[in-house]
Design a protein around this ligand. Structure first.
Ligand code: SF4
Length: 558
């Protein structure tokens, strides 16, 4: 299978007519000859590739301090290395649209560390923990895309932070920006009897070959990938731009079903199958082919229509497959089967999971992803003492200790609990996720992490009898970083009016979202908005109503 070779400097206008999309011409598709930047982000990327900022950070900005940073780098290219400015303190939600960018910027950064496949050694975790403690006011968030996000980072410390991370094989390269972001993988890949196949090798091959490669460092927008053979579908392939999902074909061969074009944000769309069977040794080229299509044919005119899902919506899976095969891979792919039904309806690997080698994995729930460097250090120590020195992050803001001797399980559960890390959390704690929110995020309308904490603790007190799986996803704005559309109860941050008519922080409610065979987005009920203070009462009310009317074998989750 050929690896695509075109780069941003080698357009292929000859294919323009053949490749025409359902949209009117002129969406900025490079392959159709539209090379002139159509908005300021495209201009910024044309002026200098995002990857070039690293040298300036190391040689100019880290020495000169925050005020020496070029504004185009500050609000654009620094993302190519996982750096975003934090929200300036004291700016209320809903006011951001009327402010100048510099009024929104704090002098501190969020720094995203990518953990492709989710797996860490205790040494790596200890380094991240040390950075959080020493440079980041002891705050660390496990995200729902297997990153660890640090806060309060000063530009002067960034080269030292990179030195420490890279010393243990970690990176922030392309953790943000219009690039291939962290590649999701099953945190227990290679360890479970139930898995379809172990995707560790192809995932690593893609990361090693393409992350930081200028061939893919100027995409129309962000690009999210998942490569997994997990039978629990724990990487949520349905909402990635490209996903390789483990399957067994009619000949008993193990490989991948290829999905493309998923994504949430303000125009949610589930990915679609191309219907092909990808052998493990073909993953690297097929991944590069899909990213190549996005780079060359993706829409660059409007940022809100620049994700791959819009191209897929216009082309459809048949045309997408044909272009992939004929222009990028130069070969036909065989048809393949769809993935099986997930073996359970919770995808977080929380709890006690038997491993192939006779040990167990212990998955546990922090407080809606929020941790500290101090706690991460304790987890690393526990991993060495009671596990085999490995830890993993899930795509549901949870962590897993690997290789715990069954004889040590109770001791490990008790020790984790002393750090408020629950292996046997309530349904509410387990099922609640929250995005970064107004504490740090410049796009936020409302606060999220603290509210998630209050919500699940209240529900634990009020509904101790509720024991079913449930997902409650709390988001600070419509961008849906914590996936409000795919939760049983999804909250989208918004400014609402309270009983006295005052404008206060609140949420638009979406109900009934879920993944799986009959995946559906939650429905937004007209007018169904709650103030932030009303959240616990609201969720209690709908769950009590459900419990009163529940039929035998009925489940709250879709
Ligand atoms: Fe920020 Fe909005 Fe994403 Fe939350 S959903 S992290 S508020 S952009």
């Amino acid at each position: 299978m050929a690896v695509p070779t075109s780069t941003p400097d080698s357009p292929r206008p000859a294919r323009a007519a053949r490749a025409g999309s359902g949209r009117p011409r002129g969406q900025g598709q490079w392959a159709l000859g539209y090379r002139e930047p159509l908005n300021k982000n495209e201009q910024m990327k044309k002026d200098a590739d995002g990857l070039t900022v690293r040298e300036r950070i190391e040689t100019i900005y880290a020495r000169g301090g925050f005020d020496s940073i070029d504004p185009q780098d500050l609000r654009g290219r620094m993302r190519w290395f996982g750096l975003y400015t934090q929200r300036a303190p004291g700016i209320p939600g809903g006011k951001t649209a009327i402010l100048e960018p510099e009024e929104l910027d704090d002098r501190y950064f969020m720094l995203r560390v990518r953990i492709d496949g989710g797996r860490l050694t205790s040494e790596q975790l200890r380094v991240i923990a040390g950075i959080a403690t020493e440079f980041g006011r002891d705050v660390a968030d496990v995200t729902d895309r297997q990153n660890i996000q640090l806060h309060w980072i000063e530009i002067e410390n960034v080269p030292e932070i990179w030195r420490r991370l890279e010393g243990v094989g970690l990176s922030t390269t392309e953790a943000c920006g219009d690039t291939p972001r962290v590649i999701l993988g099953c945190p227990l890949a290679g360890e479970l009897e139930t898995e379809i196949l172990d995707a560790t090798e192809p995932l690593r091959a893609v990361v090693d070959r393409y992350i930081g490669d200028p061939a893919f460092s100027n995409l129309p927008r962000k690009f999210k990938s998942s490569i997994s053979g997990c039978a629990e579908h724990c990487t949520n392939h349905e909402i990635n731009d490209v996903a390789f999902v483990g399957v067994v074909n009619a000949d008993g061969e193990r490989g991948y079903d290829l999905w493309v074009g998923g994504g949430l944000s303000t125009n949610p769309r589930f990915a679609e199958r191309l219907g092909v069977f990808i052998r493990p040794d073909q993953v690297e080229a097929a991944w590069a082919g899909v990213v190549g299509i996005f780079r060359d044919y993706g829409y660059r005119r409007s940022r809100t229509h620049a994700r791959l899902k819009f191209l897929l919506a216009d082309w459809g899976p048949e045309k997408f497959r044909e272009v992939l095969e004929t222009e990028y891979l130069k070969q036909k792919l065989p048809d393949g089967p769809p993935p099986g039904v997930p073996i359970q309806d919770q995808r977080d690997h929380v709890g006690i999971t038997p491993m192939r080698d006779g040990n167990v994995a212990l998955g546990f729930a922090p407080r809606a992803g929020r941790l500290s460097g101090t706690t991460l250090s304790a987890v690393a120590e526990l991993a060495d003492r009671l596990g085999d020195g490995r830890i993993a992050a899930t795509a549901q803001q949870k962590l897993v200790l690997l290789g715990v001797d069954p004889a040590d399980v109770e001791a490990a559960i008790d020790e984790l609990a002393t750090h408020d890390l629950q292996v046997k959390p309530s349904a509410f704690r387990r099922g609640t996720m929250a995005c970064t929110g107004i504490e740090f995020c410049k796009l936020a309308i409302v606060e999220t992490k603290g509210r998630a904490d209050t919500l699940y603790r209240e529900l634990e007190k009020r509904l101790p009898e509720f024991d079913e799986p449930i997902t409650i996803n709390i988001n600070g704005c419509p961008n849906s970083c914590a996936r409000f559309q795919t939760a049983d109860v999804g909250f989208k941050g918004s400014i609402v009016r309270d009983d006295e008519g005052n404008q206060v922080e609140g949420f638009q409610v979406h109900l009934g979202g879920h993944f799986g065979a009959n995946a559906a987005f939650g429905r937004k009920f007209r007018g169904l908005k709650v103030t932030a203070d009303e959240m616990p009462d609201y969720v209690e009310r709908i769950l009590r109503g459900y419990l009163e009317r529940r039929e035998p074998n009925e489940r709250f989750a879709g």
